[in-house]
Design a protein around this ligand. Structure first.
Ligand code: C2E
Ligand code: CA
Ligand code: CA
Ligand code: CA
Length: 284
């Protein structure tokens, strides 16, 4: 099953490609793992928020929480580098819980300020094998007062496929809480369209590698259009990530895409900047 997980190689977007050398514990890697562990423990990882907008109305409906690590000496280290490190070193569980905690607290504060917003958090493959996760999520929702339906957990299909039986058990339990589940990076990897029907999910998120060029490439437009139609035929919400310009935004609006996210709307923002941004952009 581990092999299947890592062979779901995403060459289009270049994300989550497994390199065997990542496993070799070079001195630099070991030092980084140590630093990351300290950052997680000291709650030194930042969480930024990228707005999601309903293109039919222009309303901001929520935001995706994304982790950021400012290394004391090496500067900014992108999540595509430190998330795999965390996954391979046992740090992913505390990291995920930290992001969940910060994201839910922020969501609660937006809601207290009168904004009816949702928040989305990314789950790594290993999280789905964590039998405690649904209880922890339930506790955090209770503590922060965020309604379960206002939390979306984003997972990739390949992470489910690493151990479908256990993963689906976790997903079912999360779903029973009322939490929304999204398939992230939809269209990459070797997705089984038939399986989509059987997963307890609410949303598909079309990968940015298709969305980014759809304004200029008819084939990418065809892929996005089919994904929107498939999602809707399965009664799923369809979200597009990586919307960088007005042409793409207009295309997705015409296609009936439910939500869009991308630099055209806003880059991911620190929590304070997001709150300020909201005041000016409740409607795009
Ligand atoms: P993802 O979940 O697919 O997140 C979308 C990525 O696209 C983010 O990169 C976001 O900043 C970037 N993005 C958003 N809009 C645009 C756009 O218009 N154009 C372009 N070119 N990029 C855009 P980021 O923040 O660097 O994160 C990369 C990946 O790292 C994420 O991909 C996710 O898989 C992972 N990640 C980030 N934060 C977390 C986390 O807290 N937990 C876990 N497990 N994974 C995380
Ligand atoms: Ca995501
Ligand atoms: Ca993606
Ligand atoms: Ca991703």
């Amino acid at each position: 099953a581990d092999v299947a997980m890592y062979s779901a190689k995403d060459t289009r977007s270049g994300e989550r490609v497994y390199h065997p050398e990542q496993d070799r514990n070079t001195p630099r890697r070991l030092a980084l793992i140590g630093d990351l562990g300290q950052a997680v423990e000291r709650r030194d990882l930042q969480v930024v928020f990228q707005p999601k907008v309903d293109p039919a109305t222009g309303h901001v409906t929520g935001a995706e929480a994304l982790a950021r690590w400012q290394h004391p000496e090496q500067g900014f280290i992108p999540p595509d580098q430190f998330i795999p490190l965390a996954e391979h070193s046992g740090l992913i569980r505390p990291l995920t819980l930290h992001v969940l905690d910060v994201a839910l607290r922020r969501c609660a504060s937006w809601r207290t300020a009168g904004h009816d917003l949702d928040v989305a958090v990314n789950l790594s493959p290993n999280s789905l094998l964590d039998a405690d996760l649904p209880d922890v999520v339930a506790r955090l929702l209770h503590e922060t007062g965020v309604p379960p339906g206002s939390l979306t957990l984003e997972i990739t299909e390949s992470s489910i496929m690493a151990d479908p039986t256990r993963s689906i058990r976790t997903l079912d339990r999360l779903h029973t809480l009322g939490v929304k589940l999204a398939i992230d990076d939809f269209g990459t990897g070797y997705s089984s369209l038939g399986r989509l029907r059987d997963l307890p999910i609410d949303e598909v998120k079309i990968d940015k590698s298709f969305v980014q060029r759809m304004a200029v490439d008819r084939r990418d437009r065809a892929v996005v259009s089919s994904a929107v139609q498939l999602g809707h035929a399965l009664d799923l919400e369809v979200v597009a990530e990586g919307v960088e310009d007005i042409e793409t935004y207009a295309h997705l609006t015409r296609e009936g895409c439910n939500l869009v996210q991308g630099y055209y709307v806003s880059r991911p923002l620190a929590a304070d900047a997001f709150a300020t941004w909201l005041r000016d952009h409740e409607v795009i």
